[in-house]
Design a protein around this ligand. Structure first.
Ligand code: ZN
Length: 146
């Protein structure tokens, strides 16, 4: 088990566009394992690579249905709308309502480079959006309706 330090709002790494992953090697596997450990330790439902200081398009999510690893994820379909309280392991002491699609379908690669598609509703759809935002330097606080 290897925990990594979670970066916090204000650190530049959280505001950069992450680079696509093109090497599906042991280093990527280690990063994903460490991200999962770090997420579970912090009781989070998702973690993106820039939250452990890595500018790579890699995400881990677990909304209680097992670990989902997304490499180079892209949202390819959305439907509906939901508004609920959101928080982030990189943003301390702020929980605010954010409106997201109710249904989200994502195209991604697994840790071996194989392409797949996955769809989710409710919390999982929200997690897809929140974590993929991180890969583009966007934090949920940017999406709070003022
Ligand atoms: Zn977050």
């Amino acid at each position: 088990m290897a925990l990594r330090r979670v970066t916090k709002m204000g650190e530049p790494v959280l505001r950069k566009i992450c680079k696509p992953v093109n090497k599906f090697d042991e280093k990527l596997a280690q990063l994903l394992d460490d991200m999962a450990d770090t997420m579970y330790e912090a009781d989070g439902v998702g973690l993106a690579a820039p939250q452990v200081g890595m500018l790579k398009r890699a995400v881990v999510i677990d909304v209680g249905e097992g670990i989902i690893e997304l490499i180079n994820p892209e949202i390819i379909e959305t439907a509906g709308e939901q508004t609920d309280i959101e928080g982030c392991l990189s943003v301390d002491n702020i929980n605010e309502e954010v409106t997201r699609p109710y249904f989200v379908k994502v195209k991604a690669q697994d840790r071996h480079g194989n392409e797949f598609e996955i769809a989710g509703e409710e919390l999982l759809a929200r997690a897809f959006c929140h974590e993929i935002d991180h890969l583009n330097g966007i934090l949920f606080v940017d999406r709070v309706e003022k």
